[in-house]
Design a protein around this ligand. Structure first.
Ligand code: SF4
Length: 380
């Protein structure tokens, strides 16, 4: 091994931090198995056991109303659209009950920027969910939603986050990160929060003890330089706060969107992207598979490219499927995929604490005890 990749390999071996130029060398390297081996070196240094985790969770998209009109989004509807919706509370509770009935214990609740939903809507909804399902963890709201709720409720960002947290929103998904570089962001989502705003919301949330994930949506107008800068910005904020639990990346799905891009990223590109993320994000513990966009097989192979977590069961998915991609796997299938790859599946919570053996899920469901030991307002 010569040149840039030789240096990268030496740094990985020594546990040294990779630079922008190192990342460019990784991306330029055609030897994908080598990149995978380096990523696995980092993965096993962080997670020595052959364990792959996942969480039994469901997505709930409480509204599809949104005025932001991101060009990559096929999910939103403008407020007056015939098929615009806000889910009735009872329907949301029924969805959560269905999750609890299969032994699940986390909801990922996200929607759009709906001008009619101020903070009292969320306080009421989250408070009611907490009262009815005290063991169900609320992982909720994208940065854009949080900023907008604060704005239309005439609250500071900090006040808004504190009120959402006190109502039961415990952790924040990294959704809306897309590409953390305004050159690309301004093209795909001109009305959305900027890179600095996204990072600032995460910084404030982490300062309040709320943990979050970080994400990336790649494969549209961005360059590899944008992707690397994105990873470095996440890494810099993580140095500052330590609040990111994990990183996930998925490829842009074009159907039904306003971006004139028809090409979908390949599975090979995804594997390289995951390995690059593992190599660059030396201070983020978890790296999630993306079976929703890449399918279960590539997600399984990504376990050899630095990935240590299979993400979440979803029960339903409305955002990526609106853009033409539908892959569904349940917890049995996730376990099968993990075991067939030579790893042991374990359940986790949103903090990545071990939650036991997935083979116990039927018993948990039969017990119908949602009050698993999850503390919704636990300090990070
Ligand atoms: S990605 Fe989010 S903010 Fe953008 S249009 Fe879709 S729902 Fe709205």
């Amino acid at each position: 091994m010569t040149g840039g990749m030789g240096l990268v390999a030496d740094k990985v071996d020594a546990g040294a931090r990779l630079t922008f130029d190192d990342a460019m060398a990784v991306w330029a390297c055609p030897d994908l198995p080598l990149i995978g081996r380096l990523a696995q070196h980092v993965r096993f240094r962080k997670h020595p056991d052959r364990v792959v985790t996942f969480i039994v969770s469901r997505n709930i998209n409480y509204t599809n109303v949104c005025w932001v009109q991101c060009k990559f989004c096929a999910f939103y509807r403008l407020p007056k659209a015939a098929d615009a919706y806000v889910l009735p509370h009872e329907e949301i509770y029924a969805k959560i009950q269905a999750l609890v009935d299969v032994g699940g214990y986390e909801i990922l609740i996200q929607g759009g920027l709906n001008p009619k939903l101020r903070i009292d809507y969320f306080e009421d909804l989250f408070g009611n969910i907490r009262a009815r399902f005290p063991g169900v963890h609320i992982h909720g709201l994208s940065v854009s939603e949080i900023l907008y709720i604060a704005k239309i409720s005439k609250l500071s960002l900090e006040e808004s986050l504190v009120r959402l947290r006190d109502a039961g929103m415990a952790t924040i998904p990294g959704a809306g990160g897309e590409i953390l570089d305004d050159e690309a962001r301004d093209i795909i989502a001109p009305y959305k929060d900027s890179t600095e705003e996204w990072l600032h919301v995460m910084r404030v949330a982490h300062g309040l003890g709320m943990r979050s994930t970080a994400t990336m949506m790649y494969g549209h107008v961005e360059t590899i330089e944008h992707r690397i800068k994105h990873l470095m910005r996440v890494r810099e904020l993580q140095d500052e706060t330590g609040g990111f639990t994990a990183f996930a990346a998925w490829s842009f799905q074009p159907d039904g969107t306003d971006l004139p891009i028809k090409k979908r990223s390949s599975g090979l590109e995804h594997l390289k992207m995951m390995a690059l993320a593992r190599l660059m994000l030396d201070n983020v513990d978890g790296l999630q598979a993306s079976w929703v966009t890449q399918g279960p097989k590539i997600a399984q192979v990504s376990l050899e490219y630095g990935v240590n977590d299979f993400g979440q069961t979803m029960m339903e998915e409305n955002v990526v499927s609106a853009a033409g991609t539908s892959h569904y796997v349940n917890s049995e299938e996730i376990c099968r995929l993990i075991r067939n790859a030579g790893y042991t599946p374990r359940l986790r919570n949103a903090y990545y604490d071990d939650m036991g053996d997935p083979d116990d899920l039927p018993r948990r469901a039969a017990d119908a005890t949602p009050d698993l030991p999850l503390a919704a307002t636990r300090d990070a």
